[in-house]
Ligand binder design. Structure first.
Ligand code: GTR
Length: 363
């Protein structure tokens, strides 16, 4: 048994590969069924249900930024007008697409600000490497607080009185899926190679987006920590008890109200298990003790059992937890831990883009 399996067992992490009926999942067909069970467990107990697709989506273009990135990039300010249950509401998105005669891969960046480039999104470096980036600010979808009447939240999901009502993370994930709806209509984008990326609470959101929407080929979780990539059992820093006290609105009511029972029935490996056979990319920062790099690494490596079902390698790692400045990029999933604090830096973007490029050329 390698050290990851030993650690998962020592922490008492339940296997994501035992079905609700107690059957061990071994084939792709069984995994297809298990995926539905895993999504249901996470929706009912942690993030809340995924709101339904809008009946209609209309994307309105506002004047973009002329000569953006020295004229190399087309940038547009977009308004995503969604109709749900006959009601129209909208949220803004900004696109930056490098001018190219070939289809380009893209990121959907769930961001903390609408005004990009910003300190978490080096747009020109991203587009210079041939990637488009579509970004939106999470609080333009709905406020990062307990106000469930704010903006899109007023129209999405059941009322907070329901134990499985959608939390804010699920609503932001729903918005990222709408961006994918639009990307699929754009001839200049290679829709087979779209990544969803986010940092911290939005790293949790990026994982949930890709877990519930298989159109995303790459799930990029940067410093997502508790209730993101990090295994909860045995985790140091932030705990599920703590996060549900500070940020109950990120989740469904049941995550807080029934935390003790819930912690017995699943862990974050149920979330990372939903990414294979697509690519899971997890980034940590050495000084980010609150997120706990070791537990994030474990959450990433735990998906290897699922990659195995697809005959894939998953994460290729050594004999112990990786030290700072380690990049593990030889498998089908990716992990890196850089020096420094909690942040989404250019260094993070660059290693993610290196890995995605290697997978694209290996097609
Ligand atoms: C912290 C929270 C973390 C993390 C972070 C962030 O306060 O405890 O789970 O998500 O916020 O999003 O910046």
């Amino acid at each position: 048994m390698d050290f990851v399996s030993t650690e998962l067992e020592r922490r008492g992490v339940p296997s994501a590969l035992v079905s609700n009926r107690g059957i061990e999942v071994k084939t792709e067909k069984q995994m297809q069924k298990r995926r539905e069970e895993l999504k249901k467990i996470l929706a009912e107990n942690e993030y809340g249900t995924l709101p339904s697709r809008p009946e209609h989506l209309r994307v309105e273009k506002k004047p973009g930024i002329p000569n953006f990135c020295a004229g190399k990039v087309t940038s547009e300010s977009l308004d995503f007008v969604c109709t749900v249950d006959g009601v129209e509401f909208s949220f803004p998105v900004r696109s930056a697409i490098p001018k190219s005669d070939k289809k380009v891969p893209a990121f959907v960046h769930i961001n903390f600000s609408a005004n990009t480039p910003d300190h978490f999104q080096p747009t020109e470096e991203i587009t210079d490497r041939g990637f488009a980036v579509f970004s939106f600010c999470h609080s333009d979808v709905t406020a990062d607080n307990g106000d469930f009447k704010d903006k899109c939240a007023a129209y999405l999901g059941p009322s907070r009185r329901k134990k499985n009502a959608s939390g804010k993370i699920m609503m932001w994930a729903w918005a990222a899926m709408r961006v994918m709806d639009y990307i699929e209509t754009l001839p200049e984008i290679d829709a087979e190679n779209v990544a969803v990326i986010g940092h911290s609470r939005l790293g949790k959101t990026a994982l949930v987006t890709a877990a519930f929407d298989e159109r995303f080929k790459y799930a990029v979780s940067n410093d997502s920590g508790c209730s993101g990539a990090a295994i909860s059992r045995g985790k140091t820093g932030e705990s599920t008890e703590r996060i549900t006290q500070s940020f109950p609105f990120w989740f469904c009511p049941r995550y807080k109200d029934d935390a003790e029972a819930q912690s017995k029935c699943f862990d974050q490996n149920y979330l990372t298990a939903l990414i294979p056979p697509r690519h899971l990319l997890v980034g940590s920062a050495e000084d980010d003790a609150w997120a706990d790099p070791k537990s994030e690494f474990l959450g990433c490596a735990s998906a290897n059992s699922v990659y195995g079902i697809y005959g894939m390698k998953g994460l290729v790692y050594g004999e112990d937890y990786p030290e700072a400045k380690t990049v593990l990029a030889d498998g089908d999933s990716f992990y890196h831990v850089r020096k420094g604090p909690h942040f989404l830096s250019r260094e993070d973007w660059n290693v993610y883009m290196d890995f995605i490029e290697s997978k694209m050329s290996g097609r």
